[in-house]
Every structure is written in C-alpha cells, then in structure tokens.
Design a binder for this molecule. Structure first.
Ligand code: C5P
Length: 411
C-alpha cells in the first residue's frame, strides 16, 4: 500500500501476550474452546482455568489440548500451588478473560468472594479483566445479576455481550454468549492497549445503507446500496475505541461488535435518529439516502384494477449530511460526507464539500469496475486543505484508513 493511511497492523502486535482464560459452567462453555483456538492461532498464549461447573461441560483434556498448557482447576491442589500459587497465576497473564461468565461467577466477583480458584484469581489479579456473560434470559434480567454487572463495570471490568437470540433452554432474549470471534476481537483490542484505542471516549455517528420510501403499505422506492462501506467504517471506528451509533437503512448485515445500531427505513427517520445521536465528535454519512419520496404514501395497497398506473408526486427528502453540518453547538467537530461520482470526481466532490457544509468528502468513481456493490473501493479524500488519492483497497481496509485519519484529526 502506497498511502500512509494504510499503516495498520503495527498497532496490534500482540503475539507475545498471555491470557488467563477462566471457563465457567454453562452450555456455552464449548465456545471457549473455539476462542482458545482463535487466540492460539493469533500467537496469544492461553493458560486455562476450569471451574468445577465448567468441567461438567468441557473436559480438561479438550481445553488443555487446545491451549497447549496445563489446566488449573483447584484452589487447594498442592501440586499446582507448589508449581504456581494462585496469586502468581492471577498475575501471570496480561489479561484475565471469563468465558462464559456465569451468574455465580459474576456474583462472586462483584462481591469479592474467594471460595474457589476462579473467584480467588479474580480477586487477586491486578490485570484487566474481560467477562463474556452467558445465562438464561430471566437470570440475566434479574435485578441481582444486573446489580452485580453494574458493580463490575463500575470496578472497571469490561463486559462483552451477552447477545440476544434463542437459547439452549428454549427461551429467547439477551443471555447468549457473544460469538467467539467477537470475544476474540475484544481481547485483541484490550491486549493492544490504549495506543490502539485513540478514539476512546469519543462519540461517532455513522449512517449507512439505502433508505426505503414507501409508496403504499407493501411497495416503496429504494436503491442498491449494500451498506458495507458504512458498516465497515462503524466497525473500524469502534475498533479504535469510539462509542459508535450506526443509523442503518434496510440492509442484510450483522451489527459490528461494540456498535449501537438503530434501524430505520425512511430518510426522515434517518434524520431523526441521527439528530438524536448527537452530540458526537465525528459524523460519517455513508448512507445512500433517497433524494425524493412519494408526497403522500397511500394508506392501503394500490390495486391494479382501479384504472391505470397511479400518478405519483414526489417531494424532496431532507439532506441529513447538510442538516447535521448546520447544527449549531451540537455539530460534530468533524463531519464527513461521501460522494459517488461518474466524472470529474474531484471537482464535483469539492463543490459538494461547500454545498453541504461538511469538512471532508470521500469520493469515489463508481464507473470503476467492482466498486459499486463490490469488495473494493478506490477513493479521493477531499478536505479544505487539499486532495489525496488513495490506492484501491478492500472496503474494510479503506474503512480502517478512514478511521485512523479521523483519529488523527480529532487528536
Ligand atoms: O448529494 P449527494 O446524495 O450526492 O450527497 C452524498 C452525501 O450526502 C453522502 O454523504 C450522503 O450520505 C449524504 N446525504 C444525506 N442525506 C441526503 C442525501 C445525501 O445525508 N438526503
């Protein structure tokens, strides 16, 4: 990559790091095996601790085999204590992860109990602790658990998940263990340290995807935007530590880890959701918003029998980028717009910059093969200071480069 915007990777040199992985008792414990595999593959050493309940779900043999290390299970194991006392164990790693964190482990940690190896480690450690809770939805929603979780967060522990979905117990709701890839990403970010999170404490608003403007209850006008570039930018900003609100039109994409997603349909809903997400330090407007909507959508389904095609009249939609650029004191310090052009890319982008009142325009030539709806993007960064042409790269790499430039600009 020729451009300095693409110097990623160096910040995430974590291959000599060590994680102490406490595996609690729950159906989801099997996912800790996959997490172990992912960490080892990334060059992170894993020292496993298996609770008594955890050992009912996964065996020490699987866990130890994947970790390539001894599995610690008992606080009062004389051999273990002789080899490595529990205090030393609790400090032997760069990070302690609890996966899955059961209601019991959470309660013990929140109250400083130390009756077994796992809870003693959590009390004795001076390292960052990350917990990925998993339990039945009613247990998760119980005030006692919520109180304990709030306490642990106040104590500085990082929580990953739980996710919402259907659970082994047959119920539906929050309580599912976050996916191993998501926990893995959170661990890698935590291991990389504060230098890798230059946007920590900063708020970001991102719009993405198309809008859908109804004609009648079953029909509407939309466009082919996949939302991928916007979702990748939201993910990259969150990866650098920002608190991200992603306002998404109708797309078929999973929510990036750590991102707050608000689903909308119309341009007007997108504007309202964007304004509600302010104040923010940066706004990135990637959505392909419909320029026009049907003046008054029909309340009932239009019938073909009712004489000929309907006469539709259109009115202009609000311009979200221009509106947010013009917000008074709540205006983000940095407002970034996008432009898809077919000719005179730079000139059109620069004109758009002043017309919309934003700070940067990221422009691309959509006549380039493979850009629209494809995996790659080749962009121009147009600012008030000048124009940069970036090398063609995969959309997630472009997203990371944009996020890094945003971090530089807000520093
Ligand atoms: O005017 P044009 O649609 O080319 O501008 C594109 C930029 O403006 C994108 O950043 C897009 O997200 C934003 N936009 C908007 N609201 C609109 C139209 C465009 O936020 N109604």
């Amino acid at each position: 990559m020729g451009h300095k915007g693409f110097r990623q990777g160096e910040a995430t040199q974590v291959s000599d790091k060590r994680v102490l992985l406490i595996v609690g008792g729950g159906i989801a414990a099997y996912k800790a095996l996959e997490l172990t595999r992912l960490l080892r593959k990334a060059g992170v050493a894993v020292r496993p601790v298996l609770t008594r309940a955890g050992a009912e779900f996964v065996t020490p043999l699987s866990l130890g085999g994947l970790a390539g290390d001894k599995v610690y299970q008992d606080l009062f194991d004389l051999t273990d204590e002789a080899e490595m006392g529990h205090i030393q164990l609790s400090r032997s790693a760069d990070l302690v992860a609890v996966v899955p964190a059961t209601a019991d482990l959470i309660a013990k940690a929140a109250n400083g109990l130390a009756g077994d190896l796992a809870s003693t480690i959590l009390l004795a450690t001076d390292k960052p602790v990350l917990m990925a809770p998993a339990m039945n939805v009613r247990m998760w929603q119980h005030p006692a658990v919520q109180r304990n979780v709030a306490q642990l967060k106040a104590d500085g522990l990082q929580m990953v998940g739980p996710d919402e979905g259907s659970m082994a117990c047959g119920e539906f709701g929050p309580g599912r263990l976050a996916e191993p890839e998501v926990i893995f990403a959170a661990i890698m970010t935590a291991l990389a340290g504060p230098a890798a999170r230059p946007l920590a404490g900063k708020r970001a608003l991102v719009t993405a995807g198309p809008t859908f403007e109804p004609i009648d209850p079953v029909r509407g006008i939309t466009n082919r935007s996949s939302g991928r570039q916007g979702f990748a930018i939201a993910e990259a900003l969150a990866g650098l530590g920002a608190e991200v609100t992603l306002v998404a039109g109708p797309v078929f994409l999973p929510t990036p880890p750590g991102v707050t997603r608000i689903d909308v349909e119309t341009a007007r809903q997108m504007l309202a959701a964007s304004q509600a997400a302010l104040p923010a330090d940066v706004g990135v407007f990637v959505a392909a918003v419909a320029d026009w909507r049907v003046d008054e959508a029909f309340g009932t389904k239009l019938k073909k029998e009712k004489g000929g095609p309907p006469a539709l009249t259109f009115v202009e939609n609000p311009d979200i980028l221009a509106a947010v650029s013009a917000t008074g004191p709540a205006r983000p310090r940095l407002v970034v717009g996008f432009a898809a052009e077919t000719n005179d890319v730079e000139a059109h982008a620069r004109a758009k910059l002043s017309r919309k009142g934003c700070d940067w325009i990221i422009a691309n030539d959509v006549t380039e093969p493979g850009v629209m709806g494809g995996d790659e993007n080749s962009v121009l960064l147009v600012t008030r200071q000048g124009t940069e042409r970036w090398d063609r790269a995969p959309k997630d790499e472009v997203a990371r480069a944009i996020a890094l430039r945003i971090a530089e600009a807000l520093a």
